[in-house]
Ligand binder design. Structure first.
Ligand code: TIU
Length: 228
């Protein structure tokens, strides 16, 4: 099986049991005028993750790896939006209000969709999640049981919020998570760095940390000859 250099130690990738999980690469987080900017963030901080993620996604598709995407958002009638989340931040605008890319963080609106550079293709589930974690109130548990997935290669935004929440949820469900430093991003570079350290610290308390170059090399390495 391919071995990926990682922190705190190498990650043994089992491609048939692994999935690439891309968290919330939506216009609402990455582009001006969406939820991320509404919260007062500099959304340009997230853009450096797009090119490495694009290359990784191409390599994963080429290698036949199972790919899943998530989107954070809510139904147009807001029936899946807790009041506590709606009012958080005390902003003039909140989730469901009209913004430059449609109603903010609402399923079906332009801003809620995945950025064109990383758009899903047929066969790649798109998991709509109302929370920060990808397991809460979604079909992810059923999808990975059906495919017998035991490992996630985790990418997306933001490192310390939806990526961390999902990795913690997955870790408690027995999924091994390999988080890629150059394919994740935060509005706060110092949070990004610390969030990655938190994952790999204490012997890999939640998972492993590596980068796209290492995973692409592992996915494209020639298969080892069978033992004679
Ligand atoms: N605000 C922030 O950092 N993140 C989110 O609200 N959602 C995700 O991380 N996707």
């Amino acid at each position: 099986m391919p071995v990926v250099p990682a922190q705190p130690y190498e990650f043994t990738l089992d491609p048939p049991r692994a999935a690439l999980l891309i968290i919330d690469m939506q216009r609402d987080f990455v582009e001006p005028g969406g939820f991320g900017e509404m919260l007062g963030n500099d959304v340009s901080q997230l853009r450096p993750s797009i090119e490495p993620l694009k290359a990784l996604l191409a390599a994963a598709r080429q290698a036949g790896l199972f790919v899943m995407h998530t989107r954070e958002g809510h139904k147009p009638d807001l029936s899946d939006l807790h009041e506590a989340k709606k009012v958080r931040g005390r902003g003039a605008k909140t989730i469901g209000d009209e913004g430059p890319m449609g109603r903010i963080l609402i399923i079906g609106e332009a801003g809620h969709d995945i950025i064109p550079e990383l758009y899903p293709i047929a066969g790649e589930p798109v998991i709509d999640k109302p929370g920060k974690g990808a397991f809460y109130n979604t079909e992810l548990t059923d999808i990975i049981a059906d495919k017998d997935i035991k490992q996630f290669i985790v990418c997306g935004v933001t490192t310390e919020v939806c990526v961390h929440t999902t990795v913690r949820e997955a870790n408690d469900r027995g999924i091994e998570c390999l988080v890629l430093s150059d394919c994740t991003a935060s509005y706060f570079p110092e949070f990004h760095a610390t969030a990655l350290r938190m994952i790999a610290a204490q012997g890999g308390i939640f998972g492993w940390v590596s980068d796209s170059t290492s995973v692409i090399a592992a996915l494209t390495a020639p298969a080892e000859p069978a033992a004679s």
